[in-house]
Design a protein around this ligand. Sequence first.
Ligand code: OXD
Length: 309
Amino acid sequence: MAIVIIRQDDKIELWKKALLTKDPDLEVYGYQENHPKEKIEMALVWKHPNGALVDYPNLKLIASSGAGVDFIIEDETAPKNLPITRVVDDMLAKDMSEHVLAVILSHLKNLDQYKINQIKGIWKPMQYHRISDFTVGIMGMGALGKELATDLVKYGFKVRGWANSEKNIDNVTCYAGASGFDDFLKTAQILVCLLPLTDETSGILNKKLFKKLPRNAYVINVARGGHMVDEDLLEMLNNGHLSGAGLDVYHQEPIPKEHPFWSHEKIQMTPHYASVSDTNSVVPQILDNYERLIKGKKLLNEVVMHRGY
Ligand code: OXD
């Protein structure tokens, strides 16, 4: 039995080391080194090149090393009917929460605009905002959404959450399904998207939705670029309905040089780095699943295929 790591960044050695530190007896390969393909039973993947999952005749599990699995489901060449697992990790959730909090505070305290003004030599106090005046709406109340909601409540925000199914979180008003959606949106002065990318949620951040937000709402997308209709965001920023957007994810990454988001004064961009799996934190659950796979036990954090997450 062996594990193959497939990813296109420079982190294969890092993951390999983290796995072998926990269990020196493992057989682990990077996908570009010579390896016995018939021995591979688990592929640990992150944005693998399409086609890289074929030719493993004994593959039994595809494990994402992040929270998202959309890139596996979208790969038409990936073997079907194999279980897919994703990462659910406290550190990943904490890091995401810290990032979103930073973006929200930077917006509330006008730090983006002050930076632009500073470069232009403009001294101009702007409207003062307080946390207690703001309602944050979180779309997607899985592990990441819940952590963020709980943290925002601690900081004094009014918090609302929206998910497919009913949720119960202290001091957070939760809405579920299509019937609760408009009520959820109408008070969200800051909207945070943490949804998984599925057929249902693709393009959900569009003009129709933006119009249901209060005027001057701020939109944060830290989920996937596929949630956003870019032209609709630009239109609603340019006509003044939205006050700004904080984006970490894009349709194409890196986002092309000519994309209008780069130079838009109301858009705060980060390079898909809001929250990144920490190998030491995540490896134990990957190895736990590997052992479960060997022993034929129920896997942790297995994707429900018909839901897409
Ligand atoms: C993830 C991500 O899904 O970093 O983990 O986007």
